[in-house]
Design a protein. Structure first.
Length: 521
């Protein structure tokens, strides 16, 4: 067998001011064919697992380019087209192939392309023809469009949020691909549109039990090859934004549809119950000060570069300063200009510095003061599971008793090693402020005395009911809570695809967008 693999991924917050081009991919990961490191990054595990599978099977794996940029704003049009065409050119040169196994994110938006993954997959399909297996691992914070479903054979999404399972899901992807190529299974994808958008941390209930249930069904039902919840990505203002349920069966589309519907409705019934309890910066700092022991980890959850924001908000820092807190460390505040100034000043220097809150409204105010430059690290990296996440040239500064890490490559605070590589012992601090919505949880929960989810400022569109969407559909919860109106606008379709209003279900507004063959209706 000859199998082509490649990866092209980023997550686009269309509300973010941080537009990116090729340099953002080169800063995070740009690996030409064969140059991908041994450790996988979030969306490139299919390449690493593929190497092992190909070696075991004696198959030929043809590696294309792998490119990943940390989540940000709109992707430059030429950058997307160049990276896409680079991979498509490699695929053409690799022909004939038996399969194409890709790593994508699923929420990339480029200038002129609202559905980059749909565009890429359609072109892949055109190149390889209808009979070659095309399958993809994706991030659940993505948009599942009809165009993508039409172009690919099946998708596997990460199940966990935090995404601790990106390697496990790449193993699933390859296992199903191998079974397909060797003629043991025939994957058919069924998709149910939940008509909602929400946040689904799996580190807490009720999503924990739901994911456990999905894995139990996968283990126990031989017809079911894979189950995925596409959480959706509320910061991507695109027409098909929203939560979807994906069932991949072994040639059982009717059963797949029924199961997708059943599981999708279960999510819909629990809408609004999944998110973590959020407090504001005043409550968070007061609770942290009152805590008997540290480290209290405060997640500045919506200034998360992993969700595409700049990661330079100072709202929580201002609250720490207002309370004269000193036993605290902040990782990180993105400010390449300030890092450059610190680098020029050198370790040990005391300098006047303005840092933070330069990117956008709703991020607090820039901090002005005399800071001490404690430690400088070029090309700093933190751990992220089995992988490493770069955060660029970085400066550890002290300001009014608070240790602050300034970085120059935007990265969310995945792991406490972020602090230790900058010379700060994270376990010794009373308060740690991290920029992450939930990915931090997997590693910080091991050292934290307490974890507080803090919604500070407005750096991210975290309330879909209030977000000024222009392209996303309006008839999903909670953008509309008027389900009756939804029902009239979007009645059920019967199995022949004709509209009907006869279904007396409590969730009338649900709909299949895809037919028995897994293709859009
Ligand atoms: Zn994600």
């Amino acid at each position: 067998m000859r199998i082509f693999t490649a990866a092209l991924a980023t997550e686009t917050n269309t509300f973010s001011p941080i537009c990116i081009d090729r340099r953002a991919f080169e800063a995070s990961l740009y690996a030409p064919p064969g140059k991908h490191p041994e450790t996988p990054t979030l969306c490139t595990a299919p390449i690493i697992v593929g190497r092992r599978v190909a070696a075991e099977k004696g198959w030929q794996l043809i590696e294309g380019t792998a490119a990943w940029a940390d989540p940000a704003g709109l992707v430059n049009r030429q950058t997307y087209e160049e990276l896409r065409d680079e991979i498509l050119g490699q695929l053409r040169s690799a022909l004939p192939v038996d399969a194409v196994v890709l790593g994508l994110h699923g929420a990339m938006v480029a200038d002129g392309y609202e559905d980059t993954e749909g565009d890429l997959l359609t072109r892949v399909r055109e190149i390889v023809g209808p009979d070659v297996l095309v399958c993809v691992e994706l991030d659940p914070h993505s948009h599942l469009t009809a165009k993508r479903v039409a172009a690919a054979d099946f998708f596997v999404f990460f199940k966990e949020f935090p995404h601790t399972d990106f390697v496990d899901r790449a193993e699933d992807l390859w296992r199903i691909a191998v079974d397909t190529l060797e003629g043991r299974v025939r994957p058919v994808m069924s998709v149910f549109d939940c008509r909602m958008i929400d946040v689904f941390p799996t580190s807490r209930e009720p999503m924990r039990s739901f994911v456990d249930k999905l894995m139990r069904i996968e283990r126990e039902d031989p017809d079911v090859l894979s189950l995925s919840v596409v959480h959706g990505f509320m910061a991507g203002d695109v027409p098909e934004m929203g939560t979807k349920m994906v069932v991949v069966t072994d040639g059982r589309p009717k059963k797949g549809q029924a199961l997708a519907r059943e599981l999708g409705l279960e999510l819909f019934e629990r809408r609004g119950t999944f998110r973590m309890p959020e407090i504001d910066e005043r409550q968070a700092i007061a609770a942290a000060i009152a805590a008997p022991a540290g480290p209290v980890v405060i997640a500045d959850m919506w200034d998360n570069p992993g969700g595409g924001t700049a990661g330079d908000a100072t709202v929580v820092l201002e609250e720490l300063l207002a309370n004269s807190v000193t036993d605290a460390a902040i990782g990180t505040i993105w400010d390449p200009m300030a890092v450059q100034i610190c680098m020029a000043a050198g370790e040990g220097a005391e300098i006047p510095l303005r840092f933070g809150a330069k990117s956008a409204p709703g991020t607090g105010h820039p901090i002005d003061g005399v800071v001490r430059v404690v430690r400088l690290v070029r090309n700093a990296e933190m751990r992220f599971g089995e992988s490493f996440a770069p955060f660029g040239d970085a400066a550890h500064i002290q300001y009014r008793g608070i240790d602050i890490i300034l970085n120059s490559t935007r990265a969310q605070s995945f792991d406490p090693s972020l602090f230790s590589v900058m010379g700060i012992d994270p376990s010794a601090k009373k308060i740690l402020v991290v920029k992450s919505t939930n990915h931090f949880y997997a590693s910080y929960s091991k050292i934290a005395s307490q974890i507080l989810y803090c919604s500070a400022g407005t750096p991210y569109p975290n309330d879909p009911a209030k977000t000024p969407y222009r392209r996303a559909r309006r008839d999903i919860w909670p953008i509309t809570s008027d389900l009756h109106r939804c029902e009239l606008l979007e009645p059920m379709r019967n199995s022949a695809g004709q509209r009907t209003t006869s279904e007396p279900s409590a969730a009338h507004n649900q709909d299949f967008l895809y037919g028995d063959d897994g293709l859009p209706k």
